[in-house]
Design a protein around this ligand. Structure first.
Ligand code: APR
Ligand code: ZN
Ligand code: ZN
Length: 359
């Protein structure tokens, strides 16, 4: 039996529960979690903005140690330290073949299959296939990435979502170049990782925008050169900071139509908006057909920062070792499994950076 934070139904508070995990089947691996980050996507799954089957163990940003492997597993052994990947690619579908593994058609295969049971025999689903809000989990072999040298295991959890996503949004999706201006909307774990990635790219100015004034200090520590409180004058303020033009790039890390639209409005003519935030199905973004022509701006979504984790995690690790990427700075709260609801509350109130469950 392992202890886990269980979501019994959308809208219900997370509760601690004991879960029975079967021995890993063919191709599966059991992992003892060292740490798990609390991401806004977990909150969105808990409150129903995003859909997941229930009961479910959320948590998709984790790192830990392999404790057992199933038949046919060749890439890891018990004792190996690993980072969990919530979008494991199959290597053979259309998207994998065209080298866009973040769009793998089988990445979500594990989401809809129960992976353990409650004491009464009810099947439990693994949130985003990972189920990191538990002492141990069982995942497919392809959902594991080796812990790179020089990265502490606990903070490596953040590589699995916020950092891979934020860094990838800047370097793979937006392809920010040195000297380009960047405006970042939403300064949670993802937005703060975006700021660090923009700093690594040599961007400038790097303008951070949030509704929460307490994010200013955090933002500056992560590389923001300027901070703006989000209001209806933000686009104008961004233009002032960019010689009157607007930013070359906007990166939206909130997940709302209104902030996507605001980010788009803050870019220059021909500027580019990269949407990282995940919003609701009914939340429509609009711009007029004429302004699309006049401003010649582009807007695009990205998944997992358009990252190939096997290729990109070693790059992130090199930045960590060289002191350019500061994972510790992203973690503002180290918490216990029982404290995830309080972390959700901090998140909803716009307080702090990443909360990290430490086991
Ligand atoms: N304008 C600007 N910032 C806003 C606004 C707004 N209208 N509304 C909320 N924010 C800020 C919050 O104050 C907070 O600082 O956005 C930030 C969101 O941070 P977190 O809740 O910590 O979310 P995070 O885990 O970083 O995820 C961000 O990326 O992966 C997706 O589903 C995830 O959509 C979410 C986004
Ligand atoms: Zn996430
Ligand atoms: Zn695939």
């Amino acid at each position: 039996m392992v202890r886990a934070a269980l979501l019994t139904a959308v809208g219900a508070p997370l509760e601690l529960a004991e879960i029975e995990l079967p021995a890993p089947g063919p191709g599966q691996v059991r992992v003892r979690l060292a740490a798990a980050g609390v991401c806004h996507s977990d909150l969105s799954l808990a409150n129903g903005v995003l859909r997941a089957p229930a009961p479910v163990v959320l948590g998709h940003e984790g790192a830990g140690t392999v404790t057992a492997v199933g038949e046919g597993v060749t890439t890891v052994r018990p004792g190996d330290q690993v980072v969990l990947n919530w979008a494991p690619s199959c290597g053979s579908c259309h998207f994998c073949e065209i080298s866009e593994p973040w769009l793998c058609e089988r990445a979500a295969d594990a989401y809809g299959q129960t992976y353990g049971t409650l004491a009464d025999g009810t099947g439990v689903y693994p949130g985003l296939g990972v189920a990191a809000f538990a002492e141990e989990t069982v995942v497919g072999e392809r959902a594991l990435l080796p812990l790179p040298d020089g990265v502490p295991l606990a903070s490596a959890a953040l590589l699995g979502c916020a950092v891979l996503t934020g860094y990838g949004a800047v370097h793979n999706a937006a392809r920010v170049r040195a000297g380009e201006s960047v405006v970042v909307y939403g300064l949670g774990g993802v937005g703060l990782a975006v700021l660090q990635a923009a700093r690594i790219a040599g961007a400038g100015p790097i303008v951070a925008v949030d509704v929460s004034p307490e994010k200013e200090e955090l933002a500056r520590r992560h590389g923001a050169t300027d901070f703006l409180l989000a209001d209806d004058q933000t686009a104008r303020a961004v233009r002032k900071l960019t010689d009157g033009y607007g930013a070359d790039h906007a990166i939206e890390c909130v997940g709302r139509a209104s902030t996507i639209r605001a980010a788009w409005s803050a870019t220059r003519r021909g500027g580019h908006t990269t949407v990282v935030g995940i919003g609701g199905k009914e939340d429509m973004v609009s711009f007029s057909a004429l302004e699309l022509f006049h401003f010649a701006r582009t807007v695009s979504g990205c998944v997992y920062g358009n990252s190939d984790p096997a290729r990109d995690i070693p790059v992130l690790a090199e930045h960590v070792r060289a002191g350019r990427l500061d994972l510790e700075a992203l973690i503002t709260d180290r918490i216990a499994l029982a404290d995830i609801p309080a972390a959700f509350e901090r998140m909803a109130a716009g307080r702090g950076g990443r909360s990290l469950v430490v086991f």
